[in-house]
Structure formats: structure tokens, C-alpha cells
Design a protein around this ligand. Structure first.
Ligand SMILES: [Zn+2]
Length: 310
């Protein structure tokens, strides 16, 4: 797995508040700028080997509580059941293949925002020996090199060739700020791949804030040229999840909901019979693959952009 060594990533890292260089201490780091709020000794703690580069005054993260990532529930299930509960994301796999083909140079740098776990369908990005993967999340874990908040990415501008942000933007308070940060850290002509929920129930409890239509998602990435966009999963998947949550609510039992989901998993196959325009109007999640641009889409252009079935 081509995760870049932490020692090599450390050279790239900057202060999340002012983007000055960092000064390493035995068990912490601080900002090299004397007038920065994080310029004092011990300003950025370490959790294990992970530097925690968070501007705590401006983040939902609590300085005293930076949890380590544990194994997810789906990962602990036997493989056949796991495939029923969480089938392979073929749309992501296809788009990651497009992204990897479009990446330039001998050692392109891919930044994974929210990389504590490997997302569904994106494993090829971690297997490509050419690609150098840098990853962070708000939790420490074996698949990341540092802890950070995506609203203030502690990397210099134009420092990565591509960004992967899958199932993350619903968990941030200000998605336009996060996308602006992604735009900033990308090199000119850098690539982004994003997947974000549209018609989906609340997940991750207190940390779920938003949803996007295909058009809304496109406008969120308005300073990017579109290479591909559309629905990740359509109305069949959306109906399956709705039934799961209806059963969960009626029985007050998450396990009963999951049982209904396994029994009715065939609903997902109906997605294949729905044309793209209809699927986009009723998508469970949407995707965008784009290239960094200095031109922004205008409000008039986003109205003309709509490709749904209405
Ligand atoms: Zn600073």
C-alpha cells in the first residue's frame, strides 16, 4: 500500500491557522510564527505517532478527545453478509480508474480527506505503486499520517496532484470552505473525486450536517472543470435504506432494520433499470470527478446544467 512515510509527510505539514512552518518538539509541535495563536510550546499535541494539526478554536474537534479509529461494524461481518449489507461501489471503482489514468508524472501525490478507513470502491488508488498516498482524518489510525480538520488542511498550496473526498462533505459544517481548501492544496490542473449523500438517512449521529443534489454538488465544485458526474446509486438503493430505517423506527431496533435490509437487498438491483436522468433526481448519493480550474461556473450556467428527468 503506497502510503507515504510519516517522516516524508512531516516535511510538507504547515500550521492549520497561518500555514507557517512547524517546529517539532519531543512529544508535540508548534507553529514557527511567533505571533500565531499556535506559536507556543505544545500547541499541537501528538496522539501516538500522529501529529494533531487542528485549529481547536475553530473546529468541532475537542483538544482533549482525539479518538483512535476502531474497526467498523461492516468490516467485522463474514464476507458474504458484508457484500449483501455493503456491496462493492462500482461507480467509485470506475471513477478512480479514470482519475488514476489522468494523474500525471511518475509519483503523483493523492491526498485522502477523511482517510481513516478505505472507502468503498477506491482501493485501486492505494494499490497503484505509482501513487503516493497522503491521508488524514479527525481520528488517528493506521491509514493516516496526521490528524486534521478539513476546513483548514495543514498543507501548503499546490502541494498535491489529486484529492479523494468520499462520504466526507456531509460531515463538515461548511462544505464550501472544505472545497476551497481542496482547491488551494491542489496543483494547477489537479484532480478531485468526491462522493456525497443525497437521499440518505442521518448517519454518524451528531456529525451529519448536509446533503447534495447532482446540481448542488456540481455548484459546490464550481471552480473545477467536470470530467464526470452523476448518481452513485439510484432509487432502488434509496428505497432499500428507507425501508431499513422504517423498520428500525417501528421496532426501535437497528438490528431489525439491518435484517430487513438483508432480506430486501434485491431492491438495489432495480437501480440498473432506471435511466441516468431519473436516477439523478432520486439518487442515494452523487459523485463528481473534476479538474482544478481558475474559471468558476456562473449561476446561469448551473441552471442550464440540470440533466434530470423533470
Ligand atoms: Zn501558525
Amino acid at each position: 500500500m503506497p502510503l507515504v512515510e510519516l517522516s516524508r509527510v512531516r516535511r510538507l505539514l504547515v500550521c492549520p491557522r497561518c500555514r507557517s512552518e512547524l517546529v517539532a518538539e519531543p512529544d508535540a509541535l508548534h507553529c514557527a510564527a511567533r505571533d500565531c495563536a499556535y506559536g507556543r510550546t505544545g500547541a499541537f499535541p501528538m496522539v501516538g505517532r500522529w501529529p494533531v494539526l487542528v485549529d481547536f478554536e475553530r473546529s468541532v474537534m475537542d483538544r482533549a478527545v482525539v479518538p483512535a479509529e476502531g474497526a467498523g461494524r461492516a468490516d467485522s461481518l463474514p464476507a458474504p453478509v458484508r457484500r449483501l449489507v455493503k456491496p462493492p461501489n462500482r461507480v467509485a471503482a470506475r471513477n478512480i480508474d479514470l482519475l488514476l489514468r489522468a494523474l500525471p508524472g511518475p509519483a503523483p501525490r493523492l491526498l485522502v480527506v477523511g482517510g481513516a478507513t478505505i472507502g468503498n470502491g477506491v482501493r485501486a488508488a492505494y494499490r497503484d505503486p505509482r501513487v503516493e498516498v497522503i491521508a488524514f482524518d479527525i481520528v488517528a489510525g493506521p491509514l493516516t499520517q496526521f490528524v486534521a480538520d478539513a476546513h483548514q488542511i495543514p498543507l501548503p498550496e499546490r502541494s498535491v496532484d489529486a484529492v479523494l473526498v468520499q462520504a466526507v462533505l456531509e460531515h463538515v459544517l461548511e462544505p464550501p470552505t472544505v472545497v476551497s481548501e481542496i482547491h488551494r492544496v491542489l496543483k494547477d490542473d489537479g484532480l478531485v473525486y468526491a462522493e456525497t449523500p443525497f437521499l440518505q438517512q442521518v448517519h454518524a449521529g451528531a456529525h451529519d450536517f448536509g446533503r447534495y443534489t447532482v446540481s448542488g454538488h456540481r455548484y459546490l465544485f464550481r471552480r473545477f472543470e467536470e470530467l464526470a458526474a452523476g448518481a452513485v446509486a439510484g432509487p432502488g438503493t434509496q428505497l432499500l435504506w428507507s425501508v431499513e430505517h422504517l423498520v428500525r423506527g417501528l421496532t426501535r431496533s437497528a438490528n431489525a432494520g439491518r435484517g430487513a435490509r438483508v432480506l430486501l437487498c434485491w431492491l438495489r438491483a432495480l437501480d440498473r433499470m432506471v435511466p441516468p436522468g431519473f436516477a439523478e433526481d432520486d439518487a442515494a448519493a452523487v459523485f463528481f470527478l473534476g479538474r482544478k480550474s481558475e474559471d468558476a461556473m456562473t449561476p446561469a450556467e448551473i441552471i442550464r446544467y440540470y440533466r434530470g428527468a423533470q
